[in-house]
Design a protein around this ligand. Sequence first.
Ligand code: SAH
Ligand code: MG
Length: 215
Amino acid sequence: MTNINHDYIDRFLIGMIPERIGILKEIEEYAKENHVPIITPDIASLLAVLIKTAKVKTILEIGTAIGYSAIHMGMCAKEDFSITTIERNEESAALAADFIKKAGMGDNIKIITGAAEEVLNDIPGSFDMIFVDAAKGQYMDFMKKSIDKLRVGGLYICDNVLFRGMVADRSLLIRRKITIVKRLKKFLSFISSCESLETVIIPIGDGISVCCKLK
Ligand code: SAH
Ligand code: MG
């Protein structure tokens, strides 16, 4: 229940997607047991289409958790890709490192352990895609600190931007989430009207925004 779509729509959409196998299935099971909020299959499919269409090879990710989305994106990008992924929780980062090694992607995926707001400035490079899936109240700050690292024509994608519908409808709002929701709304209105971005907000999963950097 995400309050984004009718449950029967989410169930139907996810039911269309083939079951994962191998390491991804293994991580999904771990995530389920341990309540790690990894990307849902519909979000994974969207990322797959975008990565394959835009021939994405270099990715910066904010919010590794246990490595599921990083490994999935790596599989989509196939050979000679490189992913830099940031995680502030040391335990999660260590688990991610194990899964990434098991996936045979140790040379392609680099984990940076630390808070994104602190480590972003020191990350060099020009990426084809940036995927943000971390503290929702900080999306604006993350964007300020990372948009220069995205090449022109690149994709800037943020997960969970509709935050269980709370962003769109006050009646769903939980008191203790007011600040996060306010910040998310501000962020969405910024990316929607920013001249240097082409933006779409898609109501699948918990809501995902996709921006193309125009200049
Ligand atoms: N992208 C992952 C799931 C990420 S869950 C996947 O789909 O597989 C969100 C993660 O972001 C958590 O592990 C949390 O520790 C991390 N996080 C939250 N805020 C952060 C920040 N400011 N800097 C770095 N990591 C952060
Ligand atoms: Mg997410």
